[in-house]
Design a protein around this ligand. Structure first.
Ligand SMILES: FC(F)c1nnc(N2CCN(c3ncnc4sc(CC(F)(F)F)cc34)CC2)s1
Length: 488
């Protein structure tokens, strides 16, 4: 039965952001493993107090003097003991076993699941923490997964860890994390698969399970996940700046301690916060987005999309359109080897927004003025644009569910035809047949890192000089040809 340590009790009542950073430091550095329940309750309490209607918007000055409302030890202790009671009273364990079992993990998931409010709006913000669970009996899909891992920690199972894809969460357990299990729901209107093993069939090829390259968390990375899940939003347009500052300080703490090395999305989250309000002049946000990409390439065989869309979004917001096209082409290069399934709505929306909102806006901006340095004169931009579209077409190939529809075609043709024919004529694609083999056994079944080992690029080598035939998806082929004949 873990209790809140005296060294941590001494930090209460919490009045400043720096005190919260001290609590996290003491948990991350000062003990065998950080107490997930304690840290989730503390951050949930602060987030909910500072983003609820009642709170007037204050402008913070600095983490040292930034005044927070007083957060009393008693409030935290009561919630902490309540969570321990809920878990230990409902899950009897003859804790003789060193490792958790599927039955144990399912029972902890059932305790959380059956204690949630019957029906509530699951996508609401601020439903990710144990504070939300203990005071409102509401959790979002990530929150359920996190609560199950925190519950297993309370029961003494140090082998149960969070596994994270870009849009789903589950657990690994047993010797070397050799077992895995669904413990939460995903998306809308899908029957939950709790207790089952992770996608074996077609779903294994969907982006949702990142070709079995999820982020497998340590306890310290589970702390990074709860910090990443902090949501400073006061409403759709405004953030509570103290909460954002707290999240940024805690992410830097985790970064400096090395716990974000294998967590691309957390590095991307930190990059977004740094872009808004830079805290570390020695590490610009642009290098954080690059680090996230390097991490995904090194540890996850470049099978994650978000590191590239984090970077593309940054370039777009800063009018660096040539670079944005390159990031988006790289994102498309990841998705093209997956099969699109109905579980992949989130990333579908991401590509749809890039293709039908962001790129058309860039085209408009670039063809309105007298842009001397316009991307419309740059063959590399046209090449990356084709790669972007081609990846989406390949994503659709072999998938049970179609991706493209007429809504994609108009902006696509509009965009391609904005490039002059002499610019388009300079782009030729030399494709590496073997690498372009989509979804054949080797790519999806091999466990060696294509990326790490040969570090070859799995993309068509762009050779902007020579003439050669291309191996684009027929759609792109036809459109490019149509452009050349100026049919469009
Ligand atoms: F690529 C950019 F456009 C993005 N901007 N925000 C992005 N997010 C926000 C943060 N985010 C995340 N950030 C840290 N860790 C995780 S684990 C996870 C999946 C699930 F919620 F557990 F189911 C999501 C996620 C999801 C991706 S991508």
């Amino acid at each position: 039965m873990a209790v809140i340590r005296d060294i941590d009790k001494a930090l209460f009542p919490i009045k400043t952001i720096n005190t919260v950073v001290k609590l996290f430091t003491s948990q991350l550095e000062g003990c065998s493993e950080p107490d997930l329940a304690l840290l989730s309750i503390v951050t949930g309490l602060i987030e909910n107090q500072l983003t609820s209607r009642s709170n007037a918007v204050q402008l913070p000055d600095s983490p040292e003097t930034n005044v927070l409302p007083r957060f009393e030890l008693e409030t935290v202790e009561n919630l902490y003991n309540k969570f321990h009671l809920v878990i230990t009273s409902s899950v009897e364990t003859n804790k003789t076993k060193a490792y958790a079992t599927r039955d144990l993990v399912k029972r902890v998931s059932d305790v959380i699941w059956n204690s949630l409010t019957r029906s509530y709006y699951k996508d609401r913000p601020h439903l990710q923490s144990l504070y939300s669970y203990l005071t409102g009996s509401k959790l979002d899909c990530f929150g359920v997964a996190f609560a199950v891992v925190a519950g297993c920690q309370v029961l003494g199972y140090s082998d149960v860890h969070l596994a994270l894809s870009e849009d789903h969460a589950w657990v690994v357990f047993g010797p070397n994390g050799s077992e895995n299990a669904e413990i939460t729901w995903h998306g809308k209107g899908n029957e939950d698969k709790r207790g089952q093993e992770i996608g074996k069939g077609v779903s294994a090829r969907s982006w949702l399970y990142v070709n079995n390259k999820p982020v497998i968390c340590t306890r310290h990375m589970e702390v990074a996940a709860l910090v990443s899940a902090i949501n400073p939003a006061l409403n759709a347009n405004v953030d509570a700046s103290e909460v954002a500052m707290l999240q940024q300080e805690l992410l830097w703490l985790l970064y400096d301690l090395g716990h974000l090395k294998k967590y691309p999305m957390a590095i991307g989250n930190l990059g977004d916060l740094e872009e808004i309000s830079p805290k570390r002049s020695d590490i610009p946000c642009s290098s954080l987005f690059e680090e996230a990409i390097e991490s995904a390439r090194k540890y996850y065989n470049n099978q994650h999309v978000y590191p590239y869309t984090y970077q593309g979004g940054y370039y777009y917001r800063n009018n660096m359109y040539k670079e944005a096209f390159e990031s988006w082409a790289n994102a498309s290069d990841v998705i093209r080897l997956y099969n699109y399934s109905r579980d992949d709505e989130e990333i579908y929306k991401e590509f749809l927004e890039i293709a039908n909102e962001l790129i058309p806006q860039i085209m408009k901006a670039e063809s309105s003025g007298f842009e001397a340095n316009t991307i419309l004169k740059k063959p590399q931009c046209f090449a990356n644009l084709l790669k972007f579209y081609d990846g989406i077409c390949q994503w659709e190939e072999g998938s049970a569910t179609p991706v493209l529809h007429i809504g994609w075609a108009k902006p696509l043709v509009n965009t391609i035809s904005k490039f002059d024919s002499d610019v388009r004529a300079q782009v030729n694609i030399v494709c590496d047949e073997e690498k372009l083999m989509k979804k054949n056994g080797s790519y999806f079944n091999n466990n060696n890192n294509n990326y790490e080992k040969e570090n070859t690029t799995v993309i068509p080598k762009l050779n902007v000089k020579e003439q050669s035939t291309s191996n684009f998806h027929p759609t792109i082929e036809a459109l490019t040809a149509a452009c050349s004949e100026k049919i469009l």
